[in-house]
Ligand binder design. Structure first.
Ligand code: SDX
Length: 447
């Protein structure tokens, strides 16, 4: 099994701020002093509860991009950006990467505990028997042009699932909520593979029940009608690990989108479809596809210095895709694991990809450059994953779809958690209004 160095997981002593003694903070607004309670997490930053602020002072708070704002309480995932720590339900990502598999991680994220052998077998069996998509969805995909981006087809087909599964739309019924989560974990790979097959003009392959989750996906992606697909355990293992590493990541943009849509009472398929569209952006999950395009554009290692210079030039919109992270200001633990896996997988598959040399040169140049060091910009989960997907013969436009398959486990876990959160309210942020003051209408002749 892979040996992956695992940093000591944080403990309560690692509480980020020395605010252990702080039970409240006092905000002075003019002649008013408002005491605001401080909420204590299991791990990480203490939070000031500002829910009384506006009522007591008339003030809003402003935090563009929510860089320091907690939108909810969650027990699913913990990230320590300074220490490069990522825990799924308390388990370090390095240990899950070494010992677990994606379907077990999906169970863990959904249920909060690792499954017993019997529980896992029942879970795997249930997922396996929900992998088929409704036949009418094949016609649905026919409505797209062959060159539609697979993320467009995936988002649309996931949103359409509510039209087929009316038995999972009563959100007051815990069993219906659970079954919707199972269906999403089971069907997203089927829909993803169907979108790919449609885009290359191949017939859709039905999911096979006699193989595991990842082999089933590879079969649906690459099995030719004319010959059986020879499964490669190296490919399946690499893909399973990539799905684990992409499964969840706290309140990232797409997960926050799933929660925002879920907070309105929208059905789980619509909520996850919204997450898929949010993930598509190149600043988020779309970065893995953008990294490959960037590496292709750079072309050879001798052009790396020019690329780094362009990334630093404020007048140039070019950024080093796959670098930087809102939370990780040290290193992305997933990137470390994927980096090691890249060399192993390409070696085992005998793939000699010149883009790997460009990526390594780019990483080396950036990590030595003051601009990146000063801004704490390190390779993130998307920097190397595209090189592995390419070695696994996954086409570039499918990279973000791969991210969505893994992240579906996290999205449904957060959606389920939110649905039973007693403090959940409909998400409705305020704003700083910068428009006109009130003014009277003028007829066309007076303008
Ligand atoms: C994911 O949230 C998550 O957890 C996301 C994710 C998950 O698992 O869900 O981890 C997955 O989305 C990973 C990130 C993938 N995106 C990219 O690789 C795209 C390239 N990276 C950036 O666009 C950027 O780093 C972000 C979007 C990831 C983070 O942006 P922030 O936190 O808003 O930081 P910023 O844009 O304010 O940048 C701070 C400074 C700026 O310079 P100054 O104004 O201070 O001079 O760093 C610069 C930025 O210009 N900067 C970069 C850069 N990223 C930031 N400069 C060059 N290249 C980059 N990649």
């Amino acid at each position: 099994m892979r040996q992956v160095a695992c940093p000591a997981p944080p403990t309560k002593e690692h509480a980020v701020s020395d605010s252990k003694a702080l039970d409240q903070v006092t905000l002075t607004a003019g002649d008013k002093a408002v005491a605001l309670p401080v909420l204590k997490p299991t791990l990480g930053n203490d939070c000031v509860d500002i829910s009384r602020l506006t009522k007591e002072t008339g003030l809003f708070t402003y935090d563009s991009g929510f860089t320091a704002t907690a939108s909810c309480k969650s027990a699913v995932t913990y990230i320590d950006g300074d220490k490069g720590v990522l825990l799924y339900r308390g388990y370090p990502i390095e240990q899950l990467a070494e010992h677990s598999n994606f379907l077990e991680v999906a169970y863990l994220l959904m249920n909060g505990e690792l499954p017993s052998k019997e529980a896992f077998s029942a879970f795997e069996n249930e997922v396996t028997h929900h992998t088929m998509m409704h036949e009418k969805l094949k016609n649905f995909l026919q409505g797209f042009n062959y060159d539609a981006h697979p993320m467009a087809m995936l988002a649309a087909s996931v949103a359409s699932l509510s039209a087929f599964y009316h038995d999972t739309l009563d959100l007051e019924d815990p069993e219906q909520r659970r079954l919707a989560a199972i269906r999403l974990i089971a069907k997203v790979p089927t829909l993803a593979a169907a979108a790919y097959r449609y885009s290359i003009g191949w017939p859709i392959r039905y999911p096979r029940n006699n193989v595991g989750y990842v082999d089933r996906f590879l079969h649906m992606m690459f099995e030719l009608p004319s010959e059986p697909l020879e499964m490669n355990p190296v490919v399946a293992k690499a893909l399973d690990l990539l799905f684990i590493l992409h499964a969840d990541h706290e309140q990232n943009a797409s997960t926050s989108t799933v929660r925002l849509v879920g907070s309105t009472g929208a059905n789980p398929y619509a909520s996850v479809a919204a997450g898929i569209t949010a993930l598509w952006g190149p600043a988020h999950g779309g970065a893995n596809e953008a990294v490959l395009k960037m590496l292709d554009e750079i072309g050879t290692a001798d052009k790396v210095e020019t690329a780094v210079a362009r990334a630093k030039d404020k007048s140039d919109p070019f950024r080093l895709m796959g670098f930087g992270h809102r939370v990780y200001k040290n290193f992305d633990p997933r990137a470390k694991i994927i980096r090691e896996m890249t060399h192993k997988v390409l070696g085992e598959l005998g793939v000699d990809d010149p883009l790997l040399e460009v990526a390594m040169k780019l990483e080396e140049a950036a990590l030595k450059d003051e601009y990146f060091v000063e801004r704490k910009l390190y390779p993130n989960v998307d920097f190397y994953s595209g090189i592995i997907y390419k070695a696994l013969k996954i086409p570039t436009e499918m990279f973000t779809v791969m991210f969505a398959i893994g992240r579906t486990a996290g999205w449904v876990a957060h959606w389920l958690e939110q649905q039973v959160d007693p403090e959940m309210k409909i998400g409705r942020p305020r704003q700083i209004y910068t428009g006109y003051d009130v003014r009277d209408y003028k007829g066309a002749g007076d303008r």
